[in-house]
Ligand binder design. Sequence first.
Ligand code: AMP
Length: 394
Amino acid sequence: MNKKTIKDIDLKGKKVLVRCDFNVPMDENKNITDNRRIVSALPTIKYLLENNCAIILCSHLGRPKGEFKPEFSLQPVAKELSKQLNIEVKMAKDVIGEDAKQLANNLKEGEVMLLENVRFHSEETDNNEEFAKELASMADIYVNDAFGAAHRAHASTEGVAKFLPAVSGFLIEKELNFLGNAISNPERPFVAILGGAKVSDKIGVIDSLLEKVDTLIIGGGMAYTFFKAQGYNVGNSICELDKLDLAKQAMDKAKSKGVKLMLPIDTKIGKEFKPDTESKTVAWTEIPDNWEGFDIGEKTIEIFKEELKNAKTVIWNGPLGLFEFEQFAVGTNSIAETLANLDATTIIGGGDSAAAVEKAGLSPKMTHISTGGGASLEFLEGKKLPGIESLLNK
Ligand code: AMP
């Protein structure tokens, strides 16, 4: 990485503003149901504590749309952080208001505080300069460790870096090392697996991965647009009729680049969009009217597994079916299990695939699970991430 990290700057005794991604899922009682994003931020926070910094943490949570809404408070995160760090993390009542500023002013070396949800101000997503300046005024140094928000040019991810010496934390460094190495220097065969609902969300990444991989496996809802593009009936399956040309272009590009593009050969279809719907498996060329494709079939799982057997680097983004419904989670779970048992570098690109791997208890068996679905996709697409571009060069 060509950006400075917290190891490249004198931090001793400094007041440091750290942008984290504490956008964690919670249940209706405000219990955090998956604390991985908090745990992933700990190495940076602990390092700053070892360097006697006074630490001001900030993050967004959900989409409160620019106003204070108690259900989007970061209070539960402060509680979880206190538990994880074994010290009290002081919770501010606001973001750049009197309470936050007073707490920040009085913050001593070795103390940690958390600002309220930065998205309680619309200025955050507007990347408002005054708001960024206010955030910056509380600290001497800015550390960005919010990989999950690094593809957003917001005040706390990008704007603030104009007003303070800005460096990355360990999480961003780690994410970029894994994703960057996989892309620029992969051990081959290099296989990418793309799933999820829509071609339109992934066409950029399909295009850029076709320049790099040996095999591209496509599953999930996206596959039906590729079937339709070849003139086949997809019944009621999710399909983007305005993206048929893009699908065709991707197939042509794969051919011209010598990339093996693998699509499902059979699909598990259901009558209705509900968990216990009647279902059956058919060949991809034989989807009847009024049925919907919700998963890859057993034969597809076998050919995908066979292809993955020899892979040395695998990147996976997007579930291979409607995995929220158990009977259509078989494809996603089988691929997760296959990756877990490979002797290869396995990188899970965040979002739903990361959730599926976590749910199956397979996370420890993967090389790297990204904390940013959108950010990792944009990185793989070759786009510049504003939250990283704005940091100091080495
Ligand atoms: P994405 O955010 O694009 O990665 O899409 C993830 C969503 O795609 C998940 O909620 C999956 O349930 C959904 N999905 C995957 N395969 C299908 C399918 N065959 N039909 C409908 N939805 C699907």
